[in-house]
Design a protein around this ligand. Structure first.
Ligand code: SAT
Ligand code: MN
Length: 587
């Protein structure tokens, strides 16, 4: 049985026909993105046990989902870039020849939707009418994917309108199959603008607009078309005089991008305001005025739940109070949700993320550390109206950061663009629960893009360097570390809203209003340059500690950075090798 096509675009129809013939679903449902459709599909999802309706008095419009315990994060070892040559994918990506991988995955998908429904999800990444925007069509047999994509992207007829009769849409096929980790593949074919994902039903593996299209395929398209797809939040800083400065910031997954993007300034900065443009992904390109413009291609937030509360992120708490899907958190007897680090006392009993009874005495966590909320960005009380501006926003500062217990000072400004690219390229971070494996180990994560770059990292650095030539007013580049610890493993910097103090220094640097001291790493604020007023118990001595540059630690850091340089040596632009030499000389 076939549903009625919702588009006259013959390339879309042909792709759906071809994939339906392959996967053999019982039904094809062409999504239109309407409110009525959402309601009907939500009812279906509850009936099928995919979603649990939460307590509608406490959480109107909210639902709960539990994934399989073997399917809770992105799986980098199953993620492939399928380019003609291995060198095109580069040494940091898994590679397979396109023909081979297609044969294998289409083989696995053959008949894989028997007895099921294939949903056709047309979606738009970016504001309607924007020349930045890209269209994708994801075919999936997961209702969870449909309902998440409806929040994460501009889903429905709007995508067909943007596409018209063009054929250059991203083709995405997602089959859950039996959700077996041994038969799980997320394969990207940049040349064909194609994504095949099988054997998973979780987040970044299956919401194909997000990491797969917006970053892996996006970065590849960006290089050929002269723009950048980056793993960055975008925020606007509004000063008391109404001046708005836009900042893009790259941190690895689960390092607080959503918190930073929704930051509430402390009392001392009560006349300042932060506006969220995006919390995860930025598409950026030079504007006709010589500045770098950015859009957020997404329309929702897929954020980490644990640790989110009214202290760490009050705007997120408001955002997820309605019309939200919660995944892999704990469920309380009154159909409310709970996670480690939520406000208030833990519930006396709950069902944990694996569906087992849980009490505060249980040894295991109630919510999975990578449990998530999905919410439309329009729920966000500080959503920047510019988030829907087809032209995007001009970026004044780019910030890189990682999760580092030592070595990296709270903040420094790089000397220039090329130095900034070097600092971005050498970002290190302790691994988090957002990806399977190696929790806590420091790994190099250039520009927070290591798991998301759809081509050779060496060429990616080259592309960054090239972009400088196309910008008359390049953004200033900074590095921050909110996670530095003292000898007793306590965080030195309070973080969260207090990061406003650092952000203000960054904004003031961009406008030529703040002082700094030249150090071997770059420009660092002096003792008077970060406003500490109202920050209780935070002494000048503590500031000195969190800003300290320890030469011994930096010798070790340089050796650690070398690992990445060795791995990429054959592909590294010489500018980065020179930058390393300069850093060594300065130290
Ligand atoms: O699961 S996602 O890849 O979408 C989230 C993340 O890792 O940043
Ligand atoms: Mn991310």
């Amino acid at each position: 049985m076939r549903g009625v096509p919702k588009t006259t675009n013959s390339a879309v129809r042909a792709w759906v026909e071809e994939m339906a013939a392959l996967c053999q679903p019982d039904r094809v449902h062409w999504c239109d993105g309407s409110a009525a459709e959402k309601e009907a599909l939500t009812v279906d999802a509850v009936a099928a046990g995919v979603l649990v309706k939460l307590n509608q008095e406490k959480l109107p419009g909210c639902y709960y989902h539990r994934s399989k315990p073997n399917d809770v994060a992105r799986v980098e070892h199953c993620t492939y870039i399928c380019t003609e040559t291995e060198a095109e994918a580069g040494p940091t990506n898994n590679w397979a020849p396109p023909r081979e991988m297609k044969e294998k995955l289409f083989g696995m998908a053959r008949g894989g939707m028997k007895g099921r429904t294939m949903y056709v999800i047309p979606y738009l990444m970016g504001p309607p009418g924007s020349s930045f925007a890209k269209v994708g069509v994801e075919l999936t047999d997961s209702l969870y994917v449909v309902l998440n994509m409806r929040m994460m992207t501009r889903m429905g007829l709007v995508a067909y309108e943007q596409l018209g009769d063009r054929t250059d849409f991203n083709r995405g096929l997602h089959c859950m199959l039996d959700v077996d980790p041994d038969r799980r593949y997320i394969a990207h074919f940049p040349r064909q603008n194609l994504i095949l994902s099988v054997g998973s039903a979780y987040g970044g593996n299956v919401l194909l607009g997000k990491k797969c299209l917006a970053l892996r395929i996006g970065s590849y398209l960006g290089r050929t078309e002269g723009w950048m797809a980056e793993h960055m939040l975008i925020l606007g800083v509004e000063s008391p005089s109404g001046e708005r400065t836009y900042v893009a910031a790259a941190f690895p997954s689960a390092c607080g991008k959503t918190n930073f993007a929704m930051l509430v300034p402390p009392a001392r900065f009560k006349d300042w305001k932060i506006w969220t443009v995006g919390d995860d992904i930025a598409w950026m390109r030079p504007g006709s005025d010589g500045r770098l413009y950015a859009i957020n291609p997404e329309a929702g937030y897929f954020g980490v739940a644990p640790g989110t509360n009214s202290q760490t992120n009050p705007n997120a708490m408001r955002t997820i109070a309605q019309n939200t899907i919660y995944t892999n958190v704990a469920l309380t007897p009154d159909l409310d949700v709970w996670w480690e680090g939520k406000d208030g006392e833990p519930p006396r009993e709950a069902i944990d993320w694996q569906g087992r009874p849980w009490t505060p005495a249980s040894k295991e966590k109630a919510a999975h550390p990578n449990s998530r909320f999905t919410a439309p960005m329009t729920n966000n009380p500080v959503l920047a109206p510019e988030a829907s501006d087809p032209e995007g926003v001009p970026i004044s500062a780019i910030i890189f950061g990682g999760r580092r217990a030592s070595t990296l000072p709270l903040v420094f400004q790089t000397f220039d663009w090329v130095h900034g690219v070097f600092v971005g390229a050498t970002v290190g971070s302790e691994m988090t629960a957002a990806a399977v494996g190696g929790l806590g180990q420091v790994r190099r994560d250039p520009m927070a893009m290591l798991p998301f770059c759809g081509y050779n990292m060496g060429d990616y650095f080259r592309h960054w360097l090239q972009m400088r030539k196309r910008l008359k007013y390049p953004p200033r580049i900074f590095h921050v570390n909110w996670f530095r610890k003292d000898g007793d493993h306590h965080f030195l910097w309070p973080g969260f809203g207090e990061n406003m103090r650092v952000l203000k220094w960054i904004v003031d640097r961009c406008h030529g209003r703040a002082n700094a001291i030249e150090t071997p790493l770059g420009w660092v604020p002096g003792p008077q340059d970060i406003d500490l007023e109202g920050l209780e118990d935070f002494t000048a001595e503590k500031l000195q500690k969190v800003l300290n540059i320890d030469i011994e630690e930096w010798r070790r850091e340089l050796l650690m950075q070398e690992e990445l340089f060795l791995e990429l040596y054959a592909f590294l632009p010489k500018e980065l090798i020179f930058q390393r030499e300069l850093l060594i000389a300065r130290l």
